[in-house]
Structures are given as structure tokens and as C-alpha cells.
Design a protein around this ligand. Structure first.
Ligand code: AMP
Ligand code: FE
Ligand code: FE
Ligand code: ZN
Length: 279
């Protein structure tokens, strides 16, 4: 059974509608797919409906942007949270607003030196999508300033670039508590993704575990192979489940659907941790 628990649609920075995503998943033989757009539940209804049509079971998920005190970016996957939970939905709403303010600042800075407007960026983002650096990258490509998203992320949009502006985000352990409070299951996304910048030390993983973390996304292309062994050991030692996923973004990234998958046993464990929200 092919289970892929981390994918994006155009409701964040993927390039496909949920319908296109589910059609491609069915074509690839994926049986269970989680939609985990950044900081939004906006694609859930479309994905559930498309999943029924294409014969793919859809798990409702979200990828929450977090940041440690010393500025390291952490992504937390939340599976099956109650979308009506006040704390979580408010935090995501604030995150989207903060992203918007931040994206406008970055575009203002870039616009002083390159042919780029806010309208360009809106033009490449899906309607209602929280605008992030990938969209700014796409607008820069359209203007011919860079050739690829990779080139943009390595240069103009890098964390060290004068055009980079950080956006406020909850601490990772706070996000873990929020997802649990909403009845969802929190899984640390690509915990050793060095290519994206600095990664957190074990003390942050300990704090997240203490706060109620349920699992680690071990099989992900951005975790170096050499580090997956100790991640598995850490998970076993702390009773955490282990997932594998593609982090598919459509044409926005080279990641292919189903390139890493989660075992049915781990999916069972994950579903067993979902709280009904009634207590
Ligand atoms: P932001 O959250 O706006 O700072 O942008 C970070 C997002 O950009 C991440 O969620 C990734 O999905 C995406 N990203 C990071 N590096 C790259 C890259 N090299 N190419 C395309 N997308 C990337
Ligand atoms: Fe992304
Ligand atoms: Fe991520
Ligand atoms: Zn992702």
C-alpha cells in the first residue's frame, strides 16, 4: 500500500489544484495521501471531494511554520486537527497575515533593484494562497531575473540575502501543543533538512517530545541518509512513530509523489493517536 503523508497544492506553494494533485496521486498508485499545505486548511474540502472521485483516501493535514528563539526554521506537520479549534485556527490566521506583511516587505526591497511588482507575485500565487518565497521566486522567473526557484533560493531569497525578511512564527513546542490541543497528531517534518538552512539540536527535539510530539518524518529527501539511523533510534527510544513522504510541490520542486512512503503500521499508529475532540 502506497501512503504519502506530505504534499502541497496551490493553496500554499504547490503548483496544482487539489483535484490535479489527487488525479496524479491516483495515476502514481498512491492509495492514501495527506494534503499538508503551509499554514492553511483551505484545500481540504476540494481534496476530500477529489479523493472520492479518484479513489484515493485523503488525510487532512497542515504544515505549521515555526521558529526557535535563535531563529531556526522548523516545520511541524499536523494530521487531522479540528479546523474549528480556536487556538490553532487563530495561530494559522496570524501566521498567514504575518507572511503577507513579510512578503510585501521583501517585494518592496527587491523592487528597488529589480523589475518586480506585488501584482507579479499575486499573479503567480493561487487565489487565497499564503504568499511565500516560492511565489516571489516564480515572479522573478517570469521577469527573467532568475532561471529557477533553486537559483532564487540560493541567491536573492536566501536567509542571508539583504532582501530576506523573516516572518514571526510560533516556537516548535508551542505548535506541538496547539496541534494536540486541536486533537491532531504532530509530526516533525524533515528534521535534518540542512539544505534549507540551520537545523535544530537534540534539545529542541526533546522539548517538542516533552510537549507531545507524535512522530518524526525520517524518510524525506532533505534528511541526509547518514542521519536517518539516529533519527530512527531517537524515535524508538521516545516512543515516536516514523513517517516517510515526498513533500511534493507539483512543478515547484523536483520531489516526486511517492518517492518516500509511510508503512501501513505507522499510519495505523498515527490514526490511533487522533483524538475525537470530545474530551
Ligand atoms: P517561506 O516559508 O516563505 O520562507 O519559504 C520557504 C518555503 O520555500 C519552504 O516551505 C519550501 O517549500 C520552499 N523552498 C525552500 N527551498 C526551496 C528551493 N530551493 N526551491 C523551491 N522551494 C523551496
Ligand atoms: Fe513548501
Ligand atoms: Fe516543509
Ligand atoms: Zn512541505
Amino acid at each position: 500500500m502506497a501512503i504519502d503523508l506530505h504534499t502541497h497544492s496551490a493553496h500554499s506553494d504547490g503548483t496544482q489544484t487539489p483535484d490535479e494533485l489527487l488525479a496524479e496521486a491516483a495515476e502514481c498508485g498512491i492509495e492514501v495521501l495527506a494534503l499538508t499545505d503551509h499554514d492553511t486548511f483551505a484545500g481540504w474540502d476540494e481534496a476530500l471531494e477529489a479523493g472520492r472521485r479518484h479513489g484515493v483516501r485523503v488525510i487532512r493535514g497542515v504544515e505549521v511554520s515555526c521558529r526557535t528563539d535563535d531563529g531556526i526554521s522548523v516545520h511541524l506537520l499536523g494530521y487531522l486537527p479540528d479546523p474549528g479549534h480556536e487556538g490553532l485556527s487563530t495561530a494559522l490566521h496570524e501566521a498567514r497575515n504575518a507572511r503577507d506583511v513579510r512578503a510585501r516587505r521583501m517585494v518592496d526591497l527587491l523592487a528597488a533593484d529589480f523589475p518586480l511588482t506585488w501584482a507579479d507575485v499575486e499573479g503567480v500565487a493561487g487565489r487565497g494562497a499564503a504568499i511565500g518565497r516560492p511565489h516571489i521566486a516564480d515572479a522573478l522567473i517570469k521577469r527573467g531575473v532568475v532561471a529557477t526557484r533553486e537559483e532564487a533560493f540560493e541567491g536573492l531569497l536566501a536567509g542571508s540575502s539583504p532582501y530576506f525578511v523573516p516572518h514571526p512564527a510560533p516556537a516548535p513546542e508551542e505548535a506541538v501543543r496547539l496541534v494536540r490541543a486541536a486533537g491532531g497528531v504532530p509530526v516533525f517534518a524533515h528534521p535534518r533538512a540542512r539544505a534549507r538552512g540551520r537545523v535544530v539540536g537534540v534539545e529542541v527535539m526533546d522539548a517538542m517530545t516533552e510537549a507531545g510530539l507524535a512522530g518524526l518524518e525520517v524518510d524525506h529527501r532533505d534528511n541526509p541518509e547518514a542521519e536517518r539511523g539516529w533519527l530512527r533510534d531517537y524515535a524508538a527510544e521516545h516512543g515516536l512513530l516514523v513517517t516517510g513522504s515526498s513533500d511534493f510541490h507539483g512543478r515547484g520542486k523536483p520531489n516526486r509523489l511517492g518517492e518516500h512512503t509511510t508503512t501501513p503500521e505507522m499510519l495505523e499508529r498515527l490514526l490511533a493517536e487522533v483524538r475525537s475532540g470530545l474530551d
